[in-house]
Design a protein around this ligand. Structure first.
Ligand code: URA
Length: 218
């Protein structure tokens, strides 16, 4: 069953229930959706979810001269951003987040899942030096066990990140629970919460392997 309302035990989880988001997520689920369209949709959804995740950014009024008159109009108030992509599926969403904020810095976290323990092992980390001065948007389309997401956010915090948000497209309740326990201070913006994780830690019904579907590697 795909949840259509947020379950109670997940404070700090924001469900982006916009009809266009839900429509695009359904197209991603379809096993017949070709690689090119899948990749494009993940990017578009990156824009739409990040749009909600940055809704509280402050603005300030500046003077502007239109062709008709002088006016005061809002601009972003010096908020600096860093998108942290959880490789490799996160890269697809990150392209979308960057559409919203093209000058954002990009950090990379490389983790792979140990096939036996299912625990994340770190193989690559690269972050901008001033993480403490940036709003950090961590991106991974699939919040499955929550282990990689939680490990990535631990790393961001260790390297100075303070104002952190997590954006994903599909989440399993198990992963959300673990993530909320480890990072109650980090809000999660999600497209849909699916039914459960299967024995191979895939989100059901999900989309299968998001990385493979973005890059056409299967
Ligand atoms: N990663 C994926 O790509 N898909 C899942 O269902 C879970 C983790």
């Amino acid at each position: 069953m795909i949840k259509t309302t947020l379950p109670e035990p997940f404070p700090g989880v924001y469900w982006v229930d916009h009809p266009f988001v839900q429509h695009k997520l359904t197209t991603l689920r379809d096993k017949h959706t070709p690689t090119r369209e899948f990749r494009m949709l993940v990017e578009e959804l990156g824009v739409l979810i990040a749009y909600e995740a940055t809704r509280d950014f402050e603005t300030e009024l500046v003077d502007v001269e239109t062709p008709l008159e002088k006016a005061k109009s809002p601009t972003l108030k010096g908020k600096k951003m860093c998108v942290v992509t959880i490789m490799r599926a996160g890269n697809g969403m990150t392209e979308g987040v960057l559409k919203l904020s093209p000058s954002a810095r990009v950090g990379h976290v490389g983790l792979y899942r140990d096939p036996q323990t299912k625990l994340p092992i770190e193989y690559y980390i690269k972050m901008p030096p001033d993480l403490d001065q940036r709003t950090v948007i961590c991106a991974d389309p699939m919040l499955a066990t929550g282990q990689s997401a939680a490990a990535a956010v631990h790393k961001v915090k260790e390297l100075g990140g303070r104002d952190i948000r997590f954006v994903c497209l599909f989440a399993a309740p198990e992963g959300l629970q673990l993530f909320r326990e480890e990072h109650p201070d980090v809000p999660v913006f999600v497209g849909v919460i699916d039914s459960h994780l299967d024995d191979h830690a895939y989100i059901r019904p999900g989309v299968g392997d998001a990385g493979d579907r973005i890059y056409g590697t299967k």
